[in-house]
Design a protein around this ligand. Structure first.
Ligand code: NAD
Length: 486
């Protein structure tokens, strides 16, 4: 990794600041985020408005029961909750900390207008770093369970046939995706818009549904914007929401610095015992990170042929007692070059560290760790592509492919596999990017800034937690809604 010397960084900062002024860009808002060392900030930044897709007693949606459930869940978390109703509209003169829109009952596009416009009517009254979370149903789920009493005959008639969602219902469900993504691009002052897409059969109050809602409302999701999180299983409520990983053993690779080091801190705050892995050359930094949180350091190059064995050996000792619950594949490298100029070493080293090592380590650990919950670091470069990063893009798209296959394999043993795809995060890795390109990378997101390592650590810890148990085979972008690519 090329590290830019400190005096040069000063010059680079000046170039970036000049560029910012020349383009008339405003200073980005300071995001409301967590600090693993201090007491957690309040869940939301103000009162929460809940908007439903049906007035109590109306037939258009699943309606009142689900909204009431969401309201009482929010109240049980200490939130100050108000409800929108079609008759009275939204209570006025609030600085809303969040708006939760429950659209799980949509069966046709025209039903969206009232709740969505109600949401629109309060957007000028959002607090700084407010949250909009839309709860809806997965559009692609063609195997709708017809077990709940709300699935009445008149609505069924509109559908294509047994076990299928009608075109009108599929359209309404898919429409929510476009709504959330577009709204994310409209919100200002650090506010975000995200969605939860429940599979049919997953209750709006299932632990994974409320766990995802809690994450998206909280400061833990500061840099998650414009995303839709599919929840396809129930998950499990943690005994203690503040320490959902209590008693779990986690392994984090690339733990010496950057995103890995911050992930270690968040996992420990959430109750996990952590083994941090990094190359011997980063041994001192690794020891510092792990000592600071009472974790254990393992100096190991993850591309070593016996890497999985060495990890197994390490968790067989000390406080871990042979237990392994969570594996975070975080270690990664960049060797950027246009493909026309790329050397075999540049291609091969990136694929070896970022992808092949993950494949070998999971293969070597999975049997010894039934129920393993895995989170891998992908990248938006693996989704949208990035000039000069064919090697990196290949490796990170490969991580996403492997994650989807692992989701099935680990799922058979009760485990899960998901990926986090960061956008531009302020670490030593991105400090090596030229100043102008770096400033542009920060700015081309809805939040108009880069993320912090803790933002990624929080997403990893959420996906590792039992309340995310209904999320498997997914990629969660932590990119401030990067505007580049798909
Ligand atoms: P970083 O370079 O700051 O830290 C990476 C860590 O991995 C280092 O401590 C390094 O020593 C370790 N590492 C590298 N090769 C290793 C090996 N063979 N064995 C063991 N450890 C090894 O990087 P970061 O910015 O913190 O990125 C962490 C992960 O997030 C990487 O997978 C990266 O690709 C991904 N990511 C980062 C960004 C970003 O903007 N920073 C964006 C997208 C994805």
């Amino acid at each position: 990794m090329v590290t830019i010397p400190a005096p040069l960084r000063g010059v680079q900062r000046q170039i970036a600041s000049t560029l910012t002024k020349a383009l008339g860009l405003t200073e980005p808002v300071q995001l409301r985020r967590t600090d693993p060392d201090s007491v957690d900030v309040p869940l939301v930044a103000g009162p929460v408005l809940v908007v439903g897709d049906a007035a109590p007693g109306e037939g258009g949606g699943d309606g009142s029961g689900e909204v009431a459930g969401v309201v009482s869940t929010l109240r049980s978390w200490g939130c100050d909750v108000r409800e929108w109703s079609p008759e009275t509209g939204a209570p006025s003169e609030q600085r809303w900390g969040a708006v939760v829109v429950v659209l799980t009952g949509l069966t046709a596009p025209d039903q969206a207008a009232a709740p969505v416009l109600a949401l629109g009517s309060v957007l000028r009254d959002l607090a700084r770093c407010a949250r909009v979370v839309v709860i809806s149903r997965l559009p692609s789920d063609a195997t709708r369970a017809r077990v709940d009493g709300t699935d009445d005959a008149s609505r069924r008639d509109d559908r294509a046939g047994d076990g299928e969602v009608s075109p009108a219902e599929a359209a309404a469900r898919a429409g929510v995706e476009g709504l959330v993504r577009s709204l994310g691009k409209e919100l200002r002052a650090g506010a975000t818009a995200n969605g939860i897409q429940l599979a049919d059969g997953v209750d709006v109050l299932a632990p994974a549904a409320v766990g995802t809602l809690r994450f998206l409302l909280s400061a833990r999701s500061a840099f998650v914007d414009g995303q839709l999180v599919p929840v396809t299983g129930d998950g499990e409520a943690p005994a203690d929401w503040a320490r959902p990983l209590a008693g779990k053993v986690a392994v984090v690779t690339g733990a010496a610095r950057g995103i890995g080091a911050e992930t270690v801190r968040v996992l420990v705050r959430d109750g996990a015992l952590v083994l941090g892995v990094d190359v011997p050359a980063a041994g001192e930094a690794l020891a510092r990170t792990m000592n600071a949180v009472g974790g254990v350091a393992l100096q190991l190059d993850i591309t070593a042929p016996d890497a999985a064995e060495r990890i197994l050996e390490a968790i067989g000792r000390g406080p871990f007692r042979g237990r392994l619950d969570v594996l975070v594949h975080n270690a990664g490298i960049l060797r950027d070059k246009l493909l026309a100029n790329m050397t075999p070493a540049q291609w091969e080293s990136v694929v070896a560290v970022n992808l092949a090592a993950q494949l070998a380590i999971t293969a070597g650990l999975a049997e010894a760790a039934p129920g393993l919950v895995q989170v891998s670091l992908a990248s938006t470069s693996g989704i949208a592509g990035n000039r000069g990063q064919t090697n990196y893009g290949f490796s990170k798209a490969g991580v996403i492919g492997a994650t989807q296959a692992w989701a099935v394999l680990l799922g058979e043993g009760g485990g899960r596999a998901n990926a986090v795809a960061p956008g531009f995060i302020e670490t030593e890795m991105t400090a090596s990017i030229p100043a102008v390109q770096r400033e542009i990378s920060r700015r081309v997101s809805s939040l108009g800034q880069g993320g912090k390592p803790v933002d990624v650590g929080e997403a990893v810890a959420f996906l590792a937690s039992p309340q995310a148990g209904g999320i498997n085979g997914q990629v969660l972008r932590v990119c401030g809604q990067n505007l580049v690519g798909r």
